[in-house]
Write a protein that binds this ligand. Sequence first.
Ligand SMILES: [Zn+2]
Length: 68
Amino acid sequence: MTNELCNACQVGYHAPFERFQQVAVHEHGPTFLKRCERCGTLWHETLRDARIVSVEEAKHLYSDASLP
Ligand SMILES: [Zn+2]
């Protein structure tokens, strides 16, 4: 990742969750693709945890998502 993480994303996937915009969903899972509105970081959220993914990986995971 070359993105500069905002302060909140540096700490991890946590509140305030208002900063996240939902980009895509996988019904079976379910898993969610979220984008931080502050720094643009993409987060792949599962029922167990969440991790940062690159745009390439996000496109691979969510082929129907509208990504730059
Ligand atoms: Zn962020």
